[in-house]
Design a binder for this molecule. Structure first.
Ligand code: DGL
Length: 274
């Protein structure tokens, strides 16, 4: 606690992102579109994925270790690109690094509240996120006049991590978890885990055109842009930003999937030995 970070960051310093695995890339992709000049460094904690079925204390410890790693790599801001890690560790991270720009993520209930016409909203998320205090407070603040139906999902993150997006088990898991929400007549579905936008088209196909599917990648990227602008830390360019990737797990396996998602066949994944 109370680790002091007295670094002065150059504007070209990277923005750090992390997740239990590759899900946070859905957030980094949105940030790439909005912040084309920024350098970015991504840490996939693949050796410890999934987070969503683990205890908060474990996820908090991993989040602190990874954040330290990203700060040591000179990251001028940190995006906790994981709902489960935000639930478990965001407050602690902000206490530990009070002078660092730290942006967390939470299910987009507020956006859903504005979009839903029939006021019936479904939220898919990990057990850790949906039973957490942050989500509870979010419900208290943004569920007036709404019916919010939550569905904790098991087994999906593992398939996405393995790049098994065409696997028949994927469709079965999606159908099983969407059915109870669709039976309630939801017209808006909130993706409360950063892995789920990576299977957005499969989710949308099962939901049909009457259901709006929303995630938090873009609002978080806009928030990141605002915070960097206000703190005078935006990289003005003109060179296009570069991305660097680390994984705590098997880098060869991560390479396949990350290369596909980032549409970059030339990327390298380095070992993040923590
Ligand atoms: N992508 C993460 C989230 O947003 C973590 C999923 C997991 O590891 O269970 O919650």
């Amino acid at each position: 606690m109370d680790e002091k970070q007295d670094k002065v960051f150059p504007l070209t310093a990277p923005i750090g992102f992390f997740d239990s695995g590759i899900g946070g890339l859905s957030v980094m992709l949105a940030a790439r579109r909005i912040l084309p000049f920024e350098n970015m460094v991504y840490f996939a904690d693949s050796a410890h994925c999934p987070y969503g079925s683990k205890g908060s204390e474990f996820v908090r410890r991993r989040s602190l270790a990874i954040s330290r790693f990203l700060l040591d790599r000179g990251a001028k801001a940190l995006v906790v690109a994981c709902n489960s890690a935000s639930e478990a560790a965001l407050e602690r991270l902000r206490l530990t690094y009070p002078d660092w720009e730290i942006i967390g993520i939470e299910p987009a209930l507020k956006v859903a509240q504005g979009l839903s016409r029939n006021k019936r909203i479904g939220v898919l998320g990990t057990p850790l996120t949906l039973k957490g205090g942050r989500f509870f407070r979010l419900l208290e603040n943004f569920s007036a006049g709404l019916k919010v139906y939550t569905q904790p999902v098991a087994g999906l993150v593992e398939l996405i991590e393995a790049g098994r997006l065409d696997d028949s088990r994927l469709e079965a898991i999606l159908k099983k978890n969407l059915r109870p929400l669709l039976e309630k007549g939801i017209d808006t579905l909130v993706l409360g885990c950063t892995h789920y936008p990576l299977v957005r088209s499969q989710l949308a196909a099962i939901c049909g055109p009457g259901v709006e599917v929303i995630d938090t990648g873009e609002p978080v990227a806009r928030q990141l842009w605002r915070r960097l602008l206000l703190s005078g830390r935006l990289n003005p360019g003109p060179a296009a930003g570069r991305s660097e990737y680390f994984s705590s797990g098997e880098t060869a396996a991560a390479l396949q999937v990350i290369g596909k998602i980032m549409a970059d066949p030339a990327i390298e994944i380095k070992e993040g030995g923590i």
